[in-house]
Design a protein around this ligand. Sequence first.
Ligand code: ACM
Ligand code: ZN
Length: 554
Amino acid sequence: MRKSIISLVMLLFAAVAVSAQSTKAEPAAPSIVPLPTEMNVTGDVFVLTNDTRIVTEFDEKEIKFVKNALNEIMVEVFGRELKSASKVKPGDGKYILIKKDAAKKCGNEGYTLEINKNGINITAKSAAGAFYAVQTLRQIVPVQAYETPIDLQTLNLPTLKINDNPHFAYRGFMLDCSRHFWSVETIKEMIDILALHKMNRFHWHLTEDQGWRIEIKKYPLLTEIGSKREQTTTGHNVGMDGIPYGGYYSQKDIKEIVKYAQERFITIVPEIEIPGHSLGALSAYPWLGCRGEKGNYKTWSNWGVAPEIVCAGKESSFQFWYDVLEEVLELFPSEYIHIGGDESPRDEWKVCELCQQRIKDNNLKDEAELQSYVTNRIEKFLNERGRKLIGWDEILEGGVSKNATIMSWRGSEGGIKAAKSGNMAIMTPNGHCYFDYYQTTDRKDEHEGIGGYVPLRKVYALNPYEGLNPSEQRYIMGVQANLWTEYIPTPMQLQYQVLPRLGALAEIGWTNPSPENKNVDEFITRAKELSRYYYVFGYNCAKHFFEDGVQEGW
Ligand code: ACM
Ligand code: ZN
């Protein structure tokens, strides 16, 4: 987490605010996103100092990254890490105790955070729960403390008790790294942002028509050729910029990012698009296509849905997918592997002898069933290796196995259909969860975008259970926001598209998402407060959602 550069005036303001706080003023109830399940402020004050000790009852290895997260806060506030102690001694008064309660009913990601006059007590069943307690504490620490000169000696925190537990097991965010390529540093910063919001899945979109972005040792041309495009379209496919574009993640980069995410309790779900959105692969290995070497396939410079897809009639295509996935499974420990499946025009299959032969040999009705045939074989490959398949909702079209998880993006219908037929589903309907859509109707100062309109309130209005009875609701595994990056060329704009909308999505995923438990105006008050933290942490954020004006400090 980097400190932003602020003016001397801001620095003085912050110092005054914190010193005022560290004397008499009683701290207000903290504003936290996502809203904890239960919070009671008990009206007293705990004085945290840089002599406070961290004591853990977890195995050191297990709790290491929780302590790191806690100490990240302490470094921001006090300029140094807190020392550890082996136990809390009665009467010592100053400690942060992280206790393990194996029997804790609130599940693997739940926690209790109690601040009393003597110290901070975190109780969790697992390190993940303790990590989320620390993320809550990050927002309990007054925002001014992060901008205070580092010789701050004491910090007053309100005494309180929080019982907290996420509603959904899957709380995801997808980033398209193909239309635009994001550096390892940018991905890590995004992972920090996800952790702050208690999100636990990073869906990494790695292959596309516009560029293949993951090194596969067995197929070096995927990155040598397939990661590059000659140029990029300008606007909505109106011209070309004439500038070659490319980039990919080496397996070393991927290992580094997977580890970085694990240390923040985030699982990376990789996506390898099968069988469409594959011009990156086809440009490298044209024999994958229905038109083969004569296909003249080129990594795409346009945006949209390319008509070319991988041939499903050739065994060599399956061998390619298996080989690629074999390396993917080595790199990503995730139980779930995303195989895309969206927007695969099947027209080339209609005129391909081999694809038609495959349809005939397997008594398939049509090309939609041929796509299901592909999905089912890939799923079998994954299942045999102990993994599970996720696909975009198009994979439902020709029928899908009961074990496949459906990611519903063309509205909620795909997710509803999946849940009603006993498939797990992740809700990411474009009308609520597409963060590449505009967030304001006043576009005079906006970058050109893909279109659409998803303001903060619209994200918050998502009801992932809509249209489902209670027995069907249990098939909803969670929610996800998606960021496609055709019109997003810089990290600054990337964060602008994500924040503060990620706060709304995080709250739908973490706190009970039922409409009767939600108050959007109250949420916006907290989101506004959270945006001050974005500012001090150096994150860019859309500001116009403050309907009563821009927040001080921006
Ligand atoms: C998608 O937006 N094509 C999943
Ligand atoms: Zn074919």
